[in-house]
Write a protein that binds this ligand. Structure first.
Ligand code: AP5
Length: 232
């Protein structure tokens, strides 16, 4: 007996296929039951730099221009704290001291977000990866979805400027970690545990330093010129 496929499924798959072929770059569409997975050409950026270098500020502008999904582990953790979840309770004290939350916790958070957004044009990772172990885990995770990191854009800002920016923000934001001693601790944690992540991507020829001093819009223009080259 011949079993005809559900016409609605056919229409849905045809519509998804049309969407795929409309993309400017090369996409390969694969059928997985009723789902189509984009196998190539996501724009996945790591926005990198020490505390106060402008990652959050520039991420907002980048996601608007390139329609990417913003994944900030700091924002996710602060959300967990605000909601008083078990994870938030674990993270609160660590963050207030300016130390890093465990790799296991943040990798799990990122995995959930990637799984939930597989049809995205790409992601901007802000504040993640923060250790080489996190960078390795991110590569593995993206590989399991047939994607990879397009590039790491690193914002270079003088230490004195970082401290000034965060002290000014602390006066208004009430962020528990925007106090002088904790800011210094966060910068030192960055230098010891996070800076090696840049070398990890440099070895993959995916490291793009950008001058992070100056006005927000001029820094954004510098970032855009890097992204546009990566996105050709
Ligand atoms: P997270 O939230 O990631 O904080 P951070 O890395 O310390 O970064 P900030 O948000 O302080 O700075 P930013 O670079 O985003 O700069 P922004 O644009 O905000 O992490 C917080 C904590 O969570 C960590 O310490 C850790 O405990 C934990 N955590 C997070 N991710 C983790 C991970 N992956 N693993 C383990 N633990 C993790 O700008 C700062 C200020 O400067 C703003 O007021 C802004 O308006 C101003 N500003 C920006 N640009 C300019 C400019 N060009 N000129 C003047 N002012 C500017």
């Amino acid at each position: 007996m011949l079993i005809l496929p559900d016409p609605l499924i056919l229409i849905f798959n045809f519509w998804k296929l049309l969407n795929c072929t409309q993309e400017l770059s090369l996409y390969i569409c694969a059928f997985n039951n009723h789902t189509i997975i984009n196998l190539l050409k996501m724009l996945n950026l790591v926005l990198f730099g020490p505390p106060g270098s402008g990652k959050g500020t520039q991420s907002e502008k980048i996601i608007e221009k390139y329609e990417l999904i913003h994944l900030s582990t700091g924002d996710i953790l602060r959300g967990e704290i605000a909601n008083k979840t078990d994870l938030g309770l674990q993270a609160q004290e660590i963050m207030a001291k300016g130390e890093l939350v465990s790799d296991e916790i943040v990798i799990g958070m990122i995995k959930n977000k990637l799984e939930a957004n597989q049809a995205a044009k790409g992601f901007i990772f802000d504040g993640f990866p923060r250790t080489v172990a996190q960078a390795e885990a991110l590569d593995e995770l993206l590989k399991s979805f047939n994607h990879d990191i397009t590039g790491l854009v690193s914002l270079n800002v003088d230490k004195e400027e970082l401290i000034q920016r965060l002290l000014i923000r602390g006066q208004a934001s009430g962020r528990a970690d925007d106090k002088l001693e904790t800011i210094k601790k966060r910068i030192s944690v960055y230098e010891k545990q996070t800076a090696p992540v840049a070398n990890y991507y440099e070895k993959q020829e995916k490291y793009y330093p950008v001058e992070g001093m100056g006005g927000i819009d001029e820094i954004f223009d510098r970032i855009v010129s890097v992204i546009n080259k990566l996105n050709q």
